[in-house]
Design a protein. Sequence first.
Length: 277
Amino acid sequence: MDSSRANGERHIPLATILLFQLSSLLVREWLRASLTSNGLGDRSAAHISGLGGLAVFTLLLLPLRDQLLRRLKPTLRCPPSWSIAVIRGVAIGVTMRLAGWSMMIALVSLGWPGLQIETPGTTLLLWWQCPPVPKIILGVIALVIATPLVEECVNRGVILGELRARQVPQPAATSALLFAIFHVLHTMPIAFLFGIVMARLVTIHHSLWPALFAHATFNALVILDWYCLQGVWLPAERSALLALLSGGATLVFVLVALRLAGWGNRNRNSPGCPLPR
């Protein structure tokens, strides 16, 4: 008999959570379109609409709060060492961002749909130019604080935990896939790999905190990409060789991140600080 049923626990309706995610995504896109049509900049509109979507998603989850908190509670245990958790999270976040850059180069080299922004043959140009501080602060609130908190609690805290409780085959890959499908098409591959690494982090350390630090670091670097590191590039011809090399680099970075996830895990059974009541 399933252990969760033996203990009288009810399974969390994952289909309902996914439906709520889809609904909040539609609200986010509607809000973003409304804001941009009223003259707000694309990135500011994306951050504000993203916060709105997360708020809607959180409200929709309220009727399930008791079940969600029961599944989430074991992953809120504090790590045995906060310093190691932070260092590990930051290192993995940086490594996975490098993997994201490598994958983006590979996709551009192959002419991936949605990345054909510049005129073919555009020479690689990079320059550093940051916008006013308030725009960066808005991005930090949306992407570095709110998004990792909600996505890690839901995807790695609840969904991954529920898949493992149901003894679903390959729960890490399944949760990563469910995480990736709610991303933009050209970011789905790296989102899937990111989800695999985050699932390994939570599974090994029985805590969301390292994954939260890693996700926040990854998104902080995304903010720098979007706002400060300006660049244009589109090769005149597709390059299978460049795509292969970049894809190989992506794989290496992901393997390094997976290795970092298990680094120094001698105290994996340490209780850390008490669970919240």
